[in-house]
Each structure stands twice: as structure tokens, then as C-alpha cells.
Design a protein around this ligand. Structure first.
Ligand code: ZN
Length: 289
């Protein structure tokens, strides 16, 4: 099943809604970094949020989410854009914790709650937009809800989920964001709140085979899908970019590398791709300086 995202409105345009299925993407990233179920869940939830926040952007705009809560996972970093492309990593992909008291992957235990959720948006302006809120739960869904309320002044409900099988393969991942716009009446808000309080976890709905439109219909009445798009894992690293990084180190450091190590091995944080520069490659770069 393909990964995709929908952008929708509901209740005559007074609700904005997004939903995403990111199972394949989260599985690929988890494999690339040989992640544990706990770190896969933490990064996967952030990947889903990033994809939906990317869908709120236009054209060439892009964003970066950074979460640092003082827990053993370190930092979570996710890049996403308006084209439905996403990549991400955590500082320590190997953190493994016992299930929490409700028998779920202990995302809050890995992330921690002493820190911040930070979103930087590159909207093509001189200065990027940056918004930051303290972490309130570490489970991330609630933290994104708090981010939208505090930093973007948009009351929202965010549901994020990742289900990891016994073989460590991701069996489902996805999420939704519901945003309440001005003009909603009290009884309409009450209705949405009551539907939200009864909804099953998004991974359960995905496992049941529900499509994204059907999932949104369970949360808000009169869903109207405006756009459906494919979403992908994509890292824009390349040998040329890595070479630029090497060049920026300067002649002295490169000569030292060539002499002492006889090579340079550079690994992309985001996709774990390894770039190897042999002694001769390094000398070629030095000669061009
Ligand atoms: Zn990469």
C-alpha cells in the first residue's frame, strides 16, 4: 500500500484537516538506521507530523522540526517540504526501553519532557520563521497539539501513531491533524471533541484497512478532500554535496586526513548513506583548491 496524504476541509470550511499514511517511509528510515521499536515510534510520529505540516506549506517552502527533551534518544530532527518529501534521524537510534505502564512503546521515556519542540520554516523570506514550545508530554501528539495552540494560535487536535511488529518491521504508521478555524459554534466544537474522545488509535484504523478520508470522517462531519498527494522518503545528500563539505574544511585539514587516515568516510546523518573518499580523491580535491 502506498504512502499518501490528504488535505481536506470539513463543516463548511470551518475545520481544516490533514491525514497521512507513512508506513513505508517510517519502515525505510527505521531500517536505514537499524532503529529499535521505541526510537522508530518516536521518529515515526514526528515524520507523520512533519509530512502534514509540510502539506500546509506551498511551492518551495520547507520546514525542520527539532525535538530535544533530555531523554536518552537525544535529538529528533525531521525535514519536510510542500512536495511530500521527508527525511529524519534521532541522535541515538539504538535506545530501547521496556513498554510503559499501559503496555505501549515508551516514547515519552525515550524523548524526555525537559526540553523543547522547535519548528523552523523556510518560507523563502530573508529570515526563517521559528516557533518553539516546551514539551508537555513527550508522547509527541500532545506536544504538537500544544505547539499549534501556543505558537500558531490554531486550536488543533493531533493524532500520531506507529505500530511496530515483532520482527521490528513497521506494520502501520500515520496520523491526523484537525484544526478549528474561526466561526465554529460551541455545539460544533463539542461534537468534534466528543468524536475525538471516542476515536480509536490511528494505527488501529489503518490496520483495519480504512482509507485516510474514512479516518477523517470518523472525527469530523462533512469531510471534503481538497488534495491527495503521494509522500516519499527523500534525502538530498549527494557525493557532490559531501565534497563541498570537505572543501570547506580547508587545505590543511584535508592534507592531514590524506596523510594520517589515507581516506575520509562521511556518513549522512539523515539517511545513513556512506560516502568514501580515498587518498587519491582527497588529493584531487586538494589540487583544486
Ligand atoms: Zn542523506
Amino acid at each position: 500500500m502506498r504512502d499518501y496524504l490528504i488535505r481536506a476541509t470539513a463543516m463548511e470550511g470551518k475545520v481544516r484537516a490533514f491525514a497521512v499514511r507513512s508506513t513505508g517511509i517510517v519502515d525505510e528510515i527505521s531500517r536505514r538506521h537499524q532503529m529499535t521499536p521505541t526510537t522508530t515510534a518516536a521518529l515515526g510520529r514526528t515524520i507523520s507530523a512533519g509530512l502534514m505540516m509540510g502539506a500546509m506549506l506551498k511551492g518551495e517552502e520547507k520546514l525542520t522540526i527539532m525535538i530535544k527533551g533530555g531523554g536518552p534518544i537525544g535529538q529528533i530532527v525531521v525535514d519536510a517540504n510542500a512536495l511530500g518529501e521527508v527525511r529524519g534521524y534521532v541522535t541515538d537510534p539504538l535506545v530501547d526501553l521496556p513498554l510503559n505502564e499501559v503496555g505501549k512503546l515508551d516514547v515519552a521515556g525515550a524523548v524526555g519532557t525537559d526540553g523543547f519542540l522547535n519548528v523552523v520554516k523556510d518560507l523563502g523570506l530573508k529570515k526563517p520563521y521559528s516557533g518553539s514550545v516546551p514539551l508537555i508530554s513527550g508522547e509527541l501528539g500532545e506536544d504538537f497539539t500544544y505547539y499549534f495552540a501556543r505558537s500558531e494560535q490554531t486550536p488543533s487536535a493531533v493524532g500520531l501513531g506507529v505500530l511496530v511488529g515483532v520482527d521490528h518491521a513497521v506494520s502501520s504508521a500515520g496520523g491526523f491533524i484537525i484544526q478549528l478555524l474561526p466561526g465554529l459554534k460551541d455545539d460544533e466544537i463539542t461534537l468534534i471533541e466528543s468524536l475525538l474522545s471516542r476515536i480509536e488509535p490511528v494505527t488501529t484504523l489503518l490496520e483495519k484497512g480504512l482509507g485516510l478520508e474514512q479516518i477523517l470522517q470518523r472525527i469530523v462531519p462533512n469531510v471534503e478532500v481538497l488534495e491527495e498527494m503521494d509522500v516519499h522518503f527523500r534525502c538530498n545528500c549527494s557525493r557532490e554535496r559531501v565534497e563541498q563539505t570537505l572543501i570547506s574544511l580547508g587545505r590543511e585539514e584535508l592534507e592531514q586526513m590524506a596523510e594520517e587516515d589515507g581516506k575520509a568516510e562521511i556518513v549522512c546523518h539523515f539517511c545513513n548513506e556512506q560516502y568514501l573518499f580515498e587518498e587519491e580523491d582527497l588529493k584531487n580535491i586538494i589540487n583544486q583548491l
